[in-house]
Structures are given as structure tokens and as C-alpha cells.
Design a protein around this ligand. Structure first.
Ligand code: NAD
Length: 543
């Protein structure tokens, strides 16, 4: 690894947060793992002789869990079980289904410490960043628990011919949703995306990333405790390229979160089967600090936006654009604040950033930083791995002098690395921020809210946060979240986040007269009468 001198790092190493005294092994005992493992659909319904997969704890590199590995035949079994359970579930009144989400809301808040341990053990993130997941899921549970009955109820619509045609729009469940989730937000991207699917009357076959399967299995247990029929949510685990396609092959709709590369494959496979898919993919998110920004707030916001979950957050900021007039002051404060961030892997609150989650993420992070430094970039903070804290720790890192030929400028790092760029005009900042095939999230900082929203409207991303990095838009669960361009298709959250799991059905009942010449009317008179009727409908303001 390139040795980046203390001077070029801006001096000083990140301090270490005090440990918690609890080990991963004591927080996630074998008895818990064995219990959760029984929730995997593997080895046939009788659960005989499953092949196994192993996961390691990123914080220590130790073996974490041995779990049964599902086969494509198990995926078939999972769909069969979920389909049978779905029929009875869909027949329940909407309010009863929604009530399960509201009970889950309360249980999750009460039992959060159990899952915080699991999320930390499986991902290596700090406890505060693990809590972000609890927060997000609780908000989604409340939102759909409260709104699903009204979002999905039958609605009276204007009929073809007023009075004579009685029309309702109904929403039917798709059936069984195939849900494929990544490892970075294991609670939120498993159960969080499944909750609206259940509320809409579907079953779900979920393939979480193997590395973070325990969290999904725990969430399934809790949802069953809240009243979900056990067979309705099936969890299968195994190699992505084997089990993922087996799920897509059988799903009535696919909800995928992961990389753009895999998302393209999933979309093609779903398209060939003519089933719909929502794809929540990668990003290269930008933050714009305008000349009139409150710099102290922007610095704090940048720390959260760039380094939450060690940058392994789809909406985290990897490109930071600062107006030239404030760049010197902003960067001095940002670098100082970043160098002071407390790192640590304790299973307690206190660390401001934890570890990366896998060797692959550490390798990409190191490669992006080393290549950039070799090609002339300067390290304003961080820049080094911290193996004495754990095998996958890397310091929160700020790079200056990054140019478009460097991978870190254009490719998603998905690590704790941000590059800073200076701009002179708003137009220039918007143009450069938009010059990426991705379009997931962005952030604008200014004391003038109206100006912030005007800049936001020019940014090609599915969410834009004004005076916040990502949490304001992501936490606004009543409004859609997702990506433009290479960042995906479809949206989670809001009405779209539940309607995607339904089929619209129009039921129109014709009364008294057919929509055709009748009662002795000849065709010409019928056409004349209807033409008059259409003119009258427009004049009377019919839609
Ligand atoms: P990935 O695409 O490698 O894996 C995602 C999931 O797909 C895993 O469960 C994996 O096993 C499975 N998979 C792998 N190959 C498959 C195949 N051929 N068919 C079907 N499934 C397959 O992504 P990752 O590295 O685990 O996750 C990180 C990526 O996810 C980043 O790019 C990040 O930006 C993105 N992400 C996006 C969002 C969002 O909401 N937009 C949220 C979180 C993560």
C-alpha cells in the first residue's frame, strides 16, 4: 500500500472510540444463530442435510455464522409455500394486514438492541449507523400501516358514460414478490421493502446477501410475532448468480437493490418474463456548498453525508462541490472535523464510524485512493487503512485535486472517500454534478431555501436534500425515493412504493343502455348523439 505521509494526510490520525466490553461472539451466541438458521428455506421442507455457507464478522474477521445454503429446488419450494399462504392473506381485510405493520413498529422499537447487535456484527458499521436502519424501518412501518388502507381501497372513477357506467379502480396484489437485497443496509433493505408488499396482500421470497442473512431472518421472526403468517415470507440464501436468477424466474414482480451491473441482468431476466421490476442501484452522489451556505452546518452535514456506514450507503456523497469563495474555510473545517472522527468497532454507541463490511470494499477503497494519490491528488484527511482496529477499517478520507481520469472521480467507491472540487458559478456546479450516468441523490447547502429548491430542480437525481446530506429526503417516507439514469427504475416509499406491488384492475358496470346503437337507433344517429354528448361533457367540465 502506498505510504501516505502524515503531512500529506494533514497530520494526525483519527482517535479511537472506547470499546463496549462485549464481543461479537457474546452478542450473537450460537443458540441465536441456530434458531435463526431454521428460518432459511433450504434442504427441502423437512430441512434435511442442507449444504452450508459461512459468514465472517467484519469487525474482527472471525467466523460469525454457518447457515444452510438454499438450492434452486428450495427456491421452488419457497415460492410454493408463499403462494399458498398468500391466497388466505390477500383475502383478509386491508386493515387487518396493515395492523401487523403497526404492531411490528412497536416490537421493533422495543427490541431494537437485539437487531443493532446483529447489524453491527454482520456489517461492521457503528451502532449509530445501525440505528439509522431501525429508524427508517419504523417510519416505513408506520407510514404504510396508516396509509395502506386508503392508498389501496377501491376507488370510484368517472365511467365511460356518466350515470350509465359505474366504474371502480381496484388494486390487486401481484402475488409473490421476488426480493433481492444487498448487505449494506440489511434490516432496511430486507424488511423495509417487504412491508408495503405484505400490506398490499403479497407473499415475498427474499434473497438477502448471505453476509447479512441473520438480520433478515431476525426481522422475519419479529414480523411473525407481529402477526404475519409464517409461510408468507420465505428467505433463501446462497450465491447471487445462482439463487438470484432462480428467484427472478418465479417472481410475479421483482424488487431488487444492489449494483447497477447486477440490476441490468435482473431487469433483462424480468423483461423476458414480462414481469415488472423496481431497481434501486448505485450512485455517485454530489453535494453542492453554495457561497451563502452556513459553513458549520455544511461541515457537519458533509461528515454525515460522506461517512455514514463508512460510505457504504447508496445515497452517500462521494463528490463535494464547494464555491471557490468559501472553499478554503470550508475545507479547513471539514478536514479538521473528519480527522477528529472517532473510529471504533464496539457494540455500543460512541464511535462515529465503524469498519468496512468486506475485503472487496476495502480493496476498492484502497485502490481508488492509491491510484488518485499516484496521479497527483492530495489527501486532506485520512487515506490509510487502520488494521490495528480491525481487518477492514479505513479512515474517513478527503481527496483534493482529483481529475476526471481517476477512477475515484467517476466510479462508485462505496467507501469512506470523498473528492472535493471548486466551482465559480451555480451553472457550472449543476452541469458537473449532472455529468454522471448515475442519478440517485444530491445535496445543496444555502441559507436561502428558495434558491436551494431552484438548484435542486435542476439536478437529475431521484432525491435532492437542501441543507441535509441524505436523511431529509430518505426519511420523508411519504414521498418516493429512487434513482434516475443508471441509478435505477421505479421508486420505494410514498404511494408508488406500495402501488408497484399491485395490479390495477378496472371494474366497469354498464347500466340501462349498452354503449352501442340500440333501441332502434341507427348507426348514424347513434354517432350523432354520442358526438353531442361528448361536446356537452367537455362543456360541463367532465374529466
Ligand atoms: P450486488 O449487485 O453485487 O448484489 C446485490 C444482491 O444481488 C445480492 O443479494 C447478490 O447476492 C445478488 N446477486 C448477485 N448476482 C446476481 C444475479 N446474477 N442475479 C440476481 N441476483 C444477484 O450489489 P452489492 O455489492 O451487494 O451492493 C452494493 C450496491 O448496491 C452498490 O452499488 C449500492 O450503491 C447499491 N445500493 C443501492 C441502493 C438504492 O436504494 N439505490 C441501496 C443500497 C445499495
Amino acid at each position: 500500500m502506498t505510504d501516505i505521509s502524515a503531512e500529506s494526510r494533514g497530520g494526525g490520525r483519527n482517535p479511537v472510540a472506547p470499546g463496549a466490553g462485549r464481543t461479537v461472539a457474546s452478542a450473537v451466541p450460537q443458540s441465536l444463530i441456530s434458531r435463526l438458521a431454521r428460518g432459511v428455506t433450504a434442504g427441502g421442507v423437512e430441512g434435511q442435510n442442507p449444504d452450508t455457507v459461512q459468514t465472517t464478522a467484519p469487525l474482527t474477521g472471525e467466523l460469525l455464522a454457518t447457515l444452510p445454503r438454499s438450492t434452486p429446488a428450495d427456491v421452488e419450494t419457497a415460492f410454493g409455500l408463499a403462494r399458498r399462504a398468500q391466497k388466505a392473506w390477500a383475502a383478509l381485510p386491508l386493515r387487518r394486514r396493515a395492523a401487523v405493520l403497526l404492531r411490528f413498529h412497536d416490537l421493533l422499537l422495543k427490541r431494537q438492541d437485539e437487531v443493532l447487535d446483529l447489524v453491527q456484527a454482520e456489517t461492521g458499521k457503528s451502532r449509530l449507523h445501525a440505528f439509522d436502519e431501525v429508524l427508517a424501518v419504523v417510519m416505513v412501518a408506520r407510514y404504510y400501516g396508516r396509509t395502506a388502507p386508503s392508498l389501496l381501497r377501491d376507488r370510484r372513477r368517472g365511467g365511460a358514460i356518466p350515470v350509465l357506467t359505474h366504474t371502480i379502480e381496484a388494486r390487486r396484489p401481484k402475488g409473490v414478490i421476488g426480493q433481492i437485497s444487498p448487505w449494506n443496509y440489511p434490516l432496511e433493505l430486507s424488511v423495509g421493502d417487504a412491508l408495503p408488499a405484505f400490506a398490499a396482500g403479497n407473499g415475498v421470497v427474499n434473497k438477502p446477501d448471505t453476509q447479512t442473512a441473520l438480520t433478515a431472518l431476525w426481522a422475519r421472526e419479529l414480523l411473525i410475532e407481529a402477526g404475519l403468517p409464517a409461510d408468507l415470507w420465505q428467505i433463501v440464501i446462497g450465491d447471487g448468480p445462482v439463487i438470484g436468477p432462480a428467484v427472478v424466474e418465479r417472481a410475479d414482480y421483482v424488487s431488487f437493490t444492489g449494483s447497477t451491473r447486477t440490476g441490468r441482468e435482473v431487469a433483462q431476466q424480468a423483461a423476458a418474463r414480462l414481469v415488472g421490476a423496481s431497481l434501486e442501484l448505485g450512485g455517485k452522489n454530489a453535494m453542492l456548498v453554495l457561497a451563502d451556505a452556513d459553513l458549520d452546518r455544511a461541515v457537519d452535514g458533509a461528515v454525515r453525508a460522506c461517512f455514514s456506514s463508512a460510505g457504504q450507503l447508496c445515497v452517500s456523497v462521494e463528490r463535494l462541490f464547494v464555491h471557490r469563495s468559501v472553499a478554503e474555510v470550508f475545507l479547513a473545517k471539514f478536514a479538521e472535523r473528519t480527522r477528529a472522527m472517532r473510529l471504533g468497532g464496539g457494540l455500543a454507541y460512541g464511535a462515529e464510524m465503524g469498519s468496512l463490511s468486506s475485503e472487496r470494499q476495502l480493496e476498492v477503497t484502497v485502490r481508488h485512493v492509491e491510484e488518485a494519490v499516484k496521479a497527483g491528488a492530495t489527501v486532506l484527511a485520512g487515506g490509510q487503512a487502520r488494521p490495528e482496529l480491525g481487518p477492514l477499517f479505513f479512515e474517513p478520507t478527503i481527496l483534493d485535486g482529483v481529475t476526471p481520469d481517476m477512477a475515484v472521480c467517476t466510479e462508485e467507491t462505496f467507501g469512506p472517500v470523498v473528492s472535493v472540487y471548486r466551482f465559480d458559478t451555480e451553472d457550472e456546479a449543476v452541469t458537473v454534478a449532472n455529468s454522471t450516468p448515475y442519478g440517485l441523490n444530491s445535496s445543496v447547502w444555502t441559507k436561502d431555501g428558495r434558491r436551494g429548491r431552484a438548484v435542486a430542480a435542476r439536478l437529475r437525481t431521484g432525491t435532492v436534500n437542501v441543507n441535509e446530506g441524505y436523511a431529509a429526503a430518505y426519511g420523508s417516507v411519504a414521498s418516493p425515493m429512487g434513482g434516475m439514469g443508471d441509478s435505477g427504475l421505479g421508486r420505494r416509499h410514498g404511494a408508488e412504493g406500495i402501488l408497484r406491488y399491485t395490479e390495477g384492475q378496472t371494474i366497469a358496470t354498464q347500466r340501462l343502455m349498452p354503449i352501442a346503437p340500440a333501441y332502434g337507433l341507427d348507426d348514424a344517429k347513434f354517432a350523432m348523439l354520442l358526438s353531442k354528448g361528448l361536446r356537452a361533457m367537455k362543456a360541463l367540465g367532465f374529466k
